[in-house]
Design a protein around this ligand. Structure first.
Ligand SMILES: Cc1cc2nc3c(=O)[nH]c(=O)nc-3n(C[C@H](O)[C@H](O)[C@H](O)COP(=O)(O)OP(=O)(O)OC[C@H]3O[C@@H](n4cnc5c(N)ncnc54)[C@H](O)[C@@H]3O)c2cc1C
Length: 325
């Protein structure tokens, strides 16, 4: 039996590609990552530098719940053994302005109430619950500095001998020109998949626009508020400041900062993070726009087989993680 390691290409160096490559390396494969954007780059077509642990999975999304649970448990282990991850486990407050089915039974039906440490329902009167809010919870969640986390993942890949190439490919099978010995490719191209998959699949992909503001100072805790027609959040970015957000607009490709929206974000967040205000205002460092890579029907994790460069090879799709990368 051959002892040579099988070679696999991972296309994409976002959080999905870097973690996929690392897992394959840990399972004993030889891996080459090909991507046009890398940790350290800042580009609208590269989503991963924009993002904390917050589950978006509802009761009818068992796959999303499994991914979010595994991520949370993986990070709990990671922060115990590695220092340079960019991750911190800190208190988070989650506030609802109106009743929803999710928060019936004083939050007991929230699926992740048994996953996260220190889960406590907040009811009036409570110093952490704004007067106009309906209900809240506090628990411990992860905030991260995404650029640091991506750099950490890349360095873990390097420790395992990953090979890297910077290229923009025009088709998924192009990767086999660069790495002819590869038995297959994992397609982790986020929204970039729109130009690489067949037209029926491409039609399912769309951006969900987000806009955030980086401000000076690190918030004592993360806070997230679901209001009438908006979400507002304050997320510590360790070593850099605090992110204020946000918005989620499906199908919006606008890459420019919407100044009116920025003003609303600032006003909504003032009540959430008063400890960061200097003379009543935040000290703004930067404003940014990101595109969550969304897909009708949820993420595509699927294998197909293709003849490429004279050999049958697998193409494993792993994209479309939207706001839950
Ligand atoms: C404002 C905002 C807030 C968010 N908040 C959260 C949150 O709290 N929690 C959470 O879990 N998620 C959050 N997300 C979502 C998360 O950021 C994404 O789901 C995740 O980053 C997607 O990662 P990815 O690796 O699939 O894509 P990307 O990070 O976009 O990476 C794609 C990679 O593929 C490469 N690529 C694409 N096309 C090609 C090509 N043709 N040739 C070569 N390379 C190519 C790119 O160069 C890049 O390296 C948020 C997103 C935004 C915008």
């Amino acid at each position: 039996m051959s002892t040579e390691k099988k070679e696999i290409v991972v296309l994409g160096a976002g959080v999905i590609g870097l973690q996929t490559a690392l897992t394959l390396l840990e399972f004993g494969y030889s891996v080459t990552i090909i991507a046009n954007y890398w940790p350290g780059d800042d580009h609208i077509e590269y989503t991963s530098p924009k993002y904390h642990w917050r589950t978006h999975a509802g009761p009818d999304d068992p796959q999303g719940r499994r991914f979010d649970k595994e991520t949370y448990e993986h990070w709990l282990e990671l922060v115990k053994k590695d220092e340079d991850t960019g991750l911190v486990l800190i208190p988070e407050i989650y506030i609802w302005d109106h009743p929803t089915p999710e928060i019936a039974n004083s939050g007991a039906s929230i699926w992740w109430s048994t996953l996260v440490p220190d889960f406590v329902p907040l009811t009036h009167p409570h110093p952490l619950l704004p007067a106009t809010a309906h209900f809240g919870i506090s628990y411990k969640s992860f905030c991260l500095n995404p650029q640091k986390y991506l750099a950490y993942l890349l360095s873990r890949n390097a420790d395992h001998g990953v090979k890297t190439h910077t290229h923009e490919v025009d088709s998924l099978t192009d990767v086999f020109e660069y790495v002819p010995e590869a038995v297959g490719v994992v397609n982790c191209t986020g929204l970039g998949a729109i130009d690489l998959v067949d037209p029926v699949e491409a039609e399912k992909l769309f951006p969900t626009r987000g806009q955030t503001i980086l401000v000076r100072g690190e918030a004592e805790m993360a806070r997230l508020r679901i209001g009438e027609g908006y979400i507002a959040y304050v997320i510590r970015r360790p070593g850099e400041g605090t992110i204020l957000g946000g918005c989620k607009v499906d199908g919006d490709w606008n890459a420019e900062v919407d100044k009116e929206l920025s003003k609303k974000i600032v006003e909504r967040c003032k009540i959430l993070a008063p400890e960061l205000l200097v003379d009543g205002e935040f000290e703004v460092i930067s404003e940014q726009v990101g595109r969550r890579p969304s897909r009708k029907g949820g993420p595509r994790i699927e294998v197909e087989w293709k003849e490429a460069e004279g050999r049958r090879r697998f193409i494993c799709h792993h994209y479309g993680h939207s706001g839950a990368g």
